[in-house]
Write a protein that binds this ligand. Sequence first.
Ligand SMILES: CC(C)(COP(=O)(O)OP(=O)(O)OC[C@H]1O[C@@H](n2cnc3c(N)ncnc32)[C@H](O)[C@@H]1OP(=O)(O)O)[C@@H](O)C(=O)NCCC(=O)NCCS
Length: 330
Amino acid sequence: MTLPRATILGLGAYAPPQVLTNEDLARMVDTSDEWITKRTGIKRRHIAGPDQTTSDLALIAAQQALEAARVRAQDLDLVVVGTATPDMFFPATACLIQDRLGASRAGAFDLLAACSSFVYALICTSQLIAAGAIRTALVVGAETLSRLIDWDDRRTCVLIGDGAGAAVLGPSTGAFGMYGGLVGADGSAGDVLKVPAGGSRMPITVDAIERKLHRAYMDGQAVFKLAVRTIPGLIHKTVAQAGWTMDQVNLIVPHQANLRIIEALASQLDVPLERFVVNIQEYGNTSAASIPLALYEAVQSGRVHEGDRIVLAAFGGGFTYAACAWVWGS
Ligand SMILES: CC(C)(COP(=O)(O)OP(=O)(O)OC[C@H]1O[C@@H](n2cnc3c(N)ncnc32)[C@H](O)[C@@H]1OP(=O)(O)O)[C@@H](O)C(=O)NCCC(=O)NCCS
């Protein structure tokens, strides 16, 4: 029996309508449009409304992806949501959208690898399809980081935004689909990006809240260095695993954390910046949603053609990293 190769059958994405500009932030904390633009490339970000949860964002992106793929929710075998900001600890956000979609046959679970969650989920799910264990799956990256951030901390609040992106995966009928996928982690660097309170180590108490330990902490420079040190090698390995050379890659969709990180990757890989998808100026860092949002926009704008070779590359808290290589088409 020949096993299938998993491919992306349809994509969806959603960003909430409320926009927060750099000028808005300059009225909230001691910052400026000039500082944020120069250091990060971000101009605007979208913020979930008070009644919008991660599953609300995820559901809209998922519905779009199913429509684009012409797949019925009842035909899904699996729903995976990559998120660090679930609606609740449990039930999983994947279970919430499985119910709202009516994907009654599907198993459902969340996957947490911080900003790398979507790419981790995409790789794991594709391998389940390639192994013949499942046939059709929905993978979502969705976040409401705005709920985790300290809006008085200018070092972090200017960086983030909310959003969701989704992909429907199924077996490829041709030579399309995933050709390489690598995941990795360096747990010894876990302290550079974390939310200290709220789990079993430090349950939420009045003291924890007063010390803002339920908010995201980040050592920005350490994360910057880890990303620039790790991701070029990861992309090289993934491209080699696919059996390609770097100059055969048409498009790289990197995690949108900082424009300077993306520029450093381009320079280290010796790949022109024009071959990278960059939409950080509009959304900021949407964590697990950033790569599916960027891929969706690249496809919608006609930048992706059937047969193109595409690499997705993510990094985030953990420290986690993941990359995968695709021949675009179904
Ligand atoms: C966070 C980040 C933008 C900071 O940029 P940087 O060039 O490293 O800046 P620094 O942290 O050295 O800070 C430089 C100065 O700007 C100040 N500053 C920090 N945030 C500021 C802001 N929003 N507005 C104005 N000034 C700010 C700092 O206090 C510091 O002031 P000082 O020199 O008087 O001490 C950058 O390190 C980064 O993007 N890191 C990666 C983050 C990331 O990818 N996170 C997500 C991972 S998934």
